[in-house]
Ligand binder design. Structure first.
Ligand code: AMP
Ligand code: MG
Length: 354
């Protein structure tokens, strides 16, 4: 997660009425809100309203407010006045335990659980290695002529400081302590999806029953979509999956009710060194970008699980990722291989719009 300062001050809400209706009794119309200030990406919220968008606008604002709390707490690049966040924890590595909000404890416990479930393929304690890649990528994007890979000996040295067991969580005291001075947390693989899931659940608890939330393509549907034909909220939301070869194209769309769709791809963040592209998902075994897939998509109920799984599966070879998908109930996945071939889990194809 990198939050570009230039977007910081801009909180943009665009209400776009897309469907026009003509009949007497109020027919729900589709509205969309966009925000540019969260998680260094575009947040899009879609819903329906019968009162000219007022109720939708209030719900979109609620969603924004909830997401913003997570955005600040899970930020690894910036600190905020009066808030102890992930960056505060990193700054205190080897120095002190930091008292944090329960939302941070919950994220870290979930991340540890995902580390265990995936045999370490997604590791939020991988910050020391990821920082080297992040810095090399940023420098390489700024000055492509002189783009360099991180030095292998530096990567190896950093990998000595990525032990997830060195995150000490005291649930009673609500503190987190990194025992290794040189370690740091990078929650970029999980935090966005987890924040979207928690926000969706809170909105559901408040009675919201039809909404689509997308934070940088990390999609979570609440309930179903309004159906102009039946006049009921009884059809699936349609979510397009990006074609990794062409930004403007979709591979296909999936249809979901109350579910999440998350895609990880090599096209999301990358830089080029000597004509070779290096992307942002780093294999803990090689300390280099994982070459198993071009992109992959996970569909399941929980957006936090979907986000964690996309990154983890990227780091696992095909047989292992297929086995992991099978092992976790309710998870379906689809993998775009480097030769363009697409591999689906057993239940994935039935989600694709015909
Ligand atoms: P995603 O786009 O969800 O796959 O997450 C990618 C982000 O996760 C990267 O930008 C890094 O911040 C982080 N990341 C990359 N590799 C790993 C890894 N092996 N374990 C944990 N986090 C990772
Ligand atoms: Mg992820």
């Amino acid at each position: 997660m990198k939050y570009k300062k230039k977007y910081r001050a801009i909180a943009l809400i665009m209400l776009i009425c897309i469907l026009l209706s003509g009949c007497g009794k109020p027919t729900p119309k589709r509205y969309q809100a966009e925000f540019l200030t969260l998680f260094d990406t575009v947040t899009r919220i879609v819903g329906f309203s019968t009162d000219g968008g007022k109720d939708f606008s209030a719900i979109a604002q609620k969603a924004y407010d909830k997401l913003e709390v997570y955005h600040k707490l899970y930020d690894i690049y910036n600190e905020y006045e009066g808030i102890a966040n992930i960056r505060t924890i990193n700054n205190n590595a080897g120095i002190a335990a930091v008292t944090v909000d329960q939302k941070i404890i919950d994220l870290l416990l979930f991340a540890k659980e995902m580390y265990n479930k995936t045999d370490g393929a997604v590791n939020i304690a991988f910050g020391a290695v990821l920082e080297l890649w992040h810095d090399a990528r940023e420098a390489g994007i700024d000055d492509p002529e002189n783009a360099k890979l991180p030095k292998e000996e530096e990567l190896k040295a950093a990998a000595e400081h990525c032990d997830i067991n060195n995150i000490v969580i005291d649930e009673e005291k609500s503190t987190v302590y990194l025992t290794d001075t040189k370690m740091s947390l990078d929650v970029g693989a999980i935090a966005k999806g987890y924040a979207v899931e928690m926000t969706a659940r809170a909105l559901e608890d408040e009675g919201v029953n039809s909404l689509l939330i997308s934070v940088g393509g990390n999609v979570r549907a609440i309930g179903s979509k309004y159906n102009t034909e039946s006049g009921k909220y009884d059809i699936e939301w349609q979510v397009g999956i990006q074609d990794p070869e062409n930004n403007d194209n979709e591979l296909f769309s999936v249809l979901i009710n109350a579910k999440s769709v998350v895609t990880s791809g090599i096209y999301e963040r990358y830089y080029t060194v000597d004509g070779v592209q290096y992307h942002h998902i780093i294999d803990p075994n090689t300390l280099f970008p994982s070459n198993n897939y071009v992109s992959l998509t996970v569909v399941c109920e929980d957006s936090g699980l979907a986000d964690a799984m996309t990154t983890a599966l990227f780091n696992l070879p095909p047989e292992k990722s297929a086995a992991l998908v099978k092992k976790i109930p309710g998870v379906e996945a689809c993998f775009v291989m480097s030769d363009g071939n697409i591999v689906y889990s057993d239940g994935f194809k039935s989600l694709i719009k015909k």
